[in-house]
Structures are given as structure tokens and as C-alpha cells.
Design a protein around this ligand. Structure first.
Ligand code: MF3
Ligand code: CO
Ligand code: CO
Length: 267
């Protein structure tokens, strides 16, 4: 496997797929209220994808060593770190949930996730969601030709650990294009000046998973997918797909309802 560099038409394809993935999140946002089940969220998204003319990249997705993923998106609630499978349990006031959507449009993939707070949540949960959003953006703003992936990971790690939170090491961002997961791996920790150099036309995700407690994780149950924090502490994640441009970055997974970048992001 090698890194793919997108030409103008590839960039167009990635822009469209990215926007559509973000619009799925916009569509479900008003529905994320106490009492809704994660299966209902999944169904809302599946119906909307049909209207968009997209398909879910997660439905039936089966990397080596995994069972086929059974749903159109992932819903990771509270101490679930990632890959939570929608089910018939209702969300309740105080929950935090990551919804992760990956769509395919004309062969191109767009991958994005956001945190949602269900009704009023604890101050600690709010802080974790906000800090994880900022951590993602601390990585994004570094993206430009000549920078290395280790610089991105370092920026995220310094910020999150500096606030007393921990970063999950076992899962990372990834190159994306006409495949769901391509090279390179995009670690959310690292050393400045190390790893792959960024070049125009690269597209990859930045998707830090940050825990309120320790960084250790474990598999949960026997569905082959669900990952939880070992110490049961809350975990949060945000994800954007980004393009390396000639002068910096372009976030591909934006839409009318996507949260605006934090204040420290210029422009
Ligand atoms: N969307 C996830 C990512 O950001 C991958 C989910 S794979 C699934 O890479 F099969 F669990 F859906
Ligand atoms: Co991803
Ligand atoms: Co994702």
C-alpha cells in the first residue's frame, strides 16, 4: 500500500463526499435527544444517505480479522471509545455520544464524526468534548506541505496531555480516497520532525480519541468491534477529513451545520 495523491478531479470527488458525510451529521443532530435509540439514529442516517445518493462505507465493512460491521454508522456512548454498534438502548440525559459517519459518493470516501451531548451533561463531560474538538483542530492547523505527521501528532498530544487528559494510542487517523483506510497512519501523538512529510494532494483524517482517565482500552463484549476505556472513564472523539493544499489545508468534511473552528484557528 502507498499514499495516493489526488489530482483536481480527485479533490472534487473528495470535496463532495466530505460535504455529504457532514450533511448526514447535520441531518441527525436535532434528533439526538433523550429517549432516541442509537438504532433509530442509524435508520435516520441510512434513509438520508439514500436520498443523498450515497452509500455507507461502514455497512458490511470487514477489515482482516473483523466480522462484517452491521450498521450504517458508529455510535460510541460515554466510555465507549470507538466503533460502538447502534442498538435498541435509548440515550438518556447526561450521555455523551460520538456519531461517526463515512459515506461513499462516486467511489470517493468522506469520513467525519462529532460529539453530541444528550440533554444537560456534567461539566467534566462538556469539558472533555470541547477539549477533544480543540485537540483535533490543533492538529488540523499544522497541516501544510513540508510538515511531518509527527508534528501533527505532537501538537495534539501536547495540547491534550497538557490539560491532564490521555490519548488513545491503538487507533489513529488514516489516508482516505477511493478506499476507506489508506496509508498513511495519522497518529495523535508523536515527535516533531518525524514520520511522513505532507505533500499537496494528500487526503487523510485527523480523529483523536481522548479519555478523561487513563489511556488504556479494551474490547467490550464479543461483537468484535466495540472498544471501551479500561478504567470506565469517559472518552470523546472528533473527526475531519482534510486535504493538503499548496499552502496549507482544506477541511473537506464541512457543511452548514458543522461546528465552527475554535477561536485560535485564524481566518
Ligand atoms: N469511521 C471509522 C474511522 O474513522 C471507522 C469505522 S469502521 C466500522 O476510521 F466498521 F466500525 F464502522
Ligand atoms: Co476515520
Ligand atoms: Co470515522
Amino acid at each position: 500500500m502507498t499514499i495516493t495523491y489526488k489530482d483536481d478531479s480527485g479533490v472534487q470527488g473528495m470535496r463532495t463526499a466530505g460535504r455529504l458525510a457532514s450533511e448526514v451529521l447535520d441531518h441527525i443532530t436535532p434528533h439526538i435527544q433523550p429517549g432516541i435509540t442509537t438504532n433509530q439514529i442509524d435508520q435516520l442516517a441510512a434513509d438520508f444517505m439514500k436520498l443523498q445518493g450515497t452509500t455507507s462505507a461502514t455497512l458490511g465493512y470487514q477489515p482482516q480479522g473483523y466480522p462484517p460491521y452491521p450498521k450504517s454508522l458508529c455510535t460510541s456512548v460515554n466510555h465507549v471509545v470507538c466503533h460502538g454498534i447502534p442498538n435498541d438502548k435509548a440515550l438518556k440525559k447526561g450521555d455523551i455520544v460520538n456519531v461517526d459517519v463515512t459515506v461513499i459518493k462516486d467511489g470517493w470516501f468522506g469520513d467525519t464524526s462529532r460529539m453530541f451531548m444528550v440533554g444537560d451533561v456534567s461539566i467534566q463531560a462538556k469539558r472533555l468534548c470541547a477539549l477533544t474538538f480543540d485537540a483535533m483542530w490543533h492538529g488540523i492547523v499544522r497541516v501544510k506541505p513540508g510538515v511531518r505527521l509527527g508534528d501533527i501528532g505532537f501538537a495534539i498530544q501536547r495540547f491534550a496531555e497538557g490539560q491532564g487528559f490521555s490519548i488513545v494510542r491503538e487507533f489513529c487517523g488514516h489516508g482516505i480516497g477511493q478506499k476507506f483506510h489508506e496509508e498513511p497512519q495519522v497518529l495523535h501523538y508523536g515527535k516533531p520532525g518525524t514520520l511522513e512529510e505532507l505533500k499537496p494532494g494528500m487526503t487523510f483524517t485527523i480523529e483523536p480519541m481522548i479519555n478523561a482517565g487513563r489511556r488504556d482500552i479494551k474490547e467490550f463484549g464479543n461483537d468484535g468491534w466495540t472498544i471501551v476505556t479500561k478504567d470506565h472513564s469517559l472518552s470523546a472523539q472528533w473527526e475531519h477529513t482534510v486535504l493538503v493544499t499548496e499552502t496549507g489545508y482544506e477541511v473537506l468534511t464541512l457543511s452548514a451545520g458543522a461546528p465552527r473552528p475554535p477561536a485560535f484557528v485564524g481566518g
